[in-house]
Design a protein around this ligand. Sequence first.
Ligand SMILES: [Mg+2]
Length: 194
Amino acid sequence: MMGPGDDPKAPLPHVAMHAPPQAVFLDRDGTLIEHVPYLRDPADVVIRRGTREALSRLQAAAAKLFLFTNQSGVSRGLFQMAEVEAVNRRMVELLDLGAGLFTAVCVAPELPDDVPVYRKPSPRFIQEMLAAHGVAREHAWMVGDSPVDWEAGINAGVRVAAIVPDSANPKAPERRQELGISAYPTLREWVDAL
Ligand SMILES: [Mg+2]
C-alpha cells in the first residue's frame, strides 16, 4: 500500500538541488516506510509519503543511496534475517525505482546491549562505505527518525537530518534538540531543502 504522493504513474519532479549529496545513509523504519514494531511481514510494508519522490530526486542527482537499519528482532529470535530481507525487497518493489536502488544495505542484528559491530550508533558501516566509494564526509548524510540514527551520523562525521514525527522513542525530540539537528516531516521536505 502506498501513500497519496507515491502513485507510481505520477510524474516525478526533477528540481535541481543546490548541494546534492554524494552519499545518503537512510534508516528504514519510520523514515522510508511507516514504523511497525518488529516488522517481519512484507504485506505490512507501507511507504511513507514523499519517500519515492525524494529517492527519485537523489537518484537523478547521482547520489549513492545506502540502507542502514537496526533489526534487533533477529537477535531476539522474533524473526530471521531472511524475513528482514523479504521486507526490504518488498519496500524496493513498492518504490519502483529499480532493483539497484541501494548501493549497499546494512542490517545490524545486534541487541542494544551487545557490543555493537554495525548497530547504530556505530559509525562503522558509514565509514566503510565512504572509504569504499571515495566520498568525503562533508558530502554524505545520515537521515533517520531515531537518536541512534543521528548519533551514528555524528560519530561518522557526516551531516545529519531528522525525520519527524520521531519514532516510538519518547526521548527523541529532546535528544534532537540537544544535538541541534534539523527536522523534516518526510524525506521529501529534506530533499527540498538541499
Ligand atoms: Mg527508524
